[in-house]
Write a protein that binds this ligand. Sequence first.
Ligand code: CS2
Length: 469
Amino acid sequence: MRALSQASLATLTPSPPSLQLPQYQRSPLPIGLVHLGLGAFHRAHQAVVFDALLGQGDPRWGVLGVAMRSTELADALAAQDGLYALQIANAEGRRWQVVGALSQTCVAAREPGQVVAAIAAPSTRWITLTVTEKAYGPELATLLVQGLAARQAAGLGGLTIASCDNLTGNGHKLRQLCLDAAEKTDPALAQWIDRQCRFPNSMVDRIVPAATAQHRADAAQVLGLEDACALGTEGFWEWVIEDNFVDPQDAALLASAGVQVVQEVLPFEEAKLRMLNGSHTAIALMGAVMGLPTVSDCVAQPDIHWFVHHLMTEVVMPQLQRPGLPAYRDALLARFANPDLRHKVHQIASDSSLKIPLRWLPTIQARLAAGAPVEPLAFASAVWLRYLLAEDDAGQPYAISDPMGAMLQALAQQHRGDAAATVQAVLALPSVWGADLPRNPQWTARVTHWLQRIQTGSVTAALAELRSS
Ligand code: CS2
């Protein structure tokens, strides 16, 4: 079978609406954006928006897709002229789209000069990022600052630099990271960045599980071409971005492609992080210990479904401002149940030590400050402590993928069977729980209670108990 490429794409006959192909000139496709963090999420989210803008006849949205370290996807995409097929599956059925927005790909660790040159190129207008929580550090700052320094030296204007990671105030965080790094080496550059660049906050949402061999097999059948980079997602997507761009006209353009451009992203971001991602982390940890492979397997269990509904309704939603929360919650539960996604719980459970502070902590803090119950999150936190033993309730071992994983696993092992000691050791970590929570006796007592119940029985039994309490 021939491989997907610009040349073989021309042989495809689309059968609308089940297969959508790029309807614009791709060779050459100039680079208007540098995307850092080339992975599944970007390819199923921002790249689809840029593809739509390219399809409207605006050639400025071609992307240089930069993988930070791993070479495999970047090289596989390069071999396919940046093309890949995206399966979009929901209750109404499945359709496919070949996305053409990726003009070129490269790897930051291997070709840093290419990234810097692209940031400093006259045609570049934006940088977007999906580098995950753990990458917001010095290495990222150095890369961005080098690129921006080259841009300033070339006498060009600034860029719109949009973090699309699941962080609170992601634009603010990224701006501060860049300004701090520039300040250290070149205060004039820091001033230039401050004056010339814009860092809009944004909320991005689409469930995009890691691509599998099944996606590749399905794509081969639909396209009649081999696609090593095929992936799948759901129909739903949202991108809510702060109206804060170098080129003010970008607001209307993005809106024409379905992006919501707003003055204040915070209500959307908080609702998404705490409802979707907060539930995801709880579901993933429960599923991992219960031996349930995917999110849809989990929410098919009546007690887990109840838990998620209860968590959102009783504990998370009271603090949120986004309009239409009950409908948002119901839509989330339906999205979690999508059987086509096969979203692996262990994928979501990765990096939980970095996700919990963003997804659960603000709710816990606000509830405790108001004297309101936090029971489901005390339960979920106890499940995380149990999860750190790295084996499920049937004794099957699994790997923990987390920057703090080895340390956390060692602590959990050291205090195995002793709930109070485990809570004291792991709930004391300020990078996860902040400074005050570990000293709150009500909180530690409830987590200890649930860990004890889990230890004497199982997560399944403790969950049933929580439901009936
Ligand atoms: C998930 C997110 O892996 C995870 O931690 O919670 O990737 C989630 O699927 C997306 O944020 C959905 O928009």
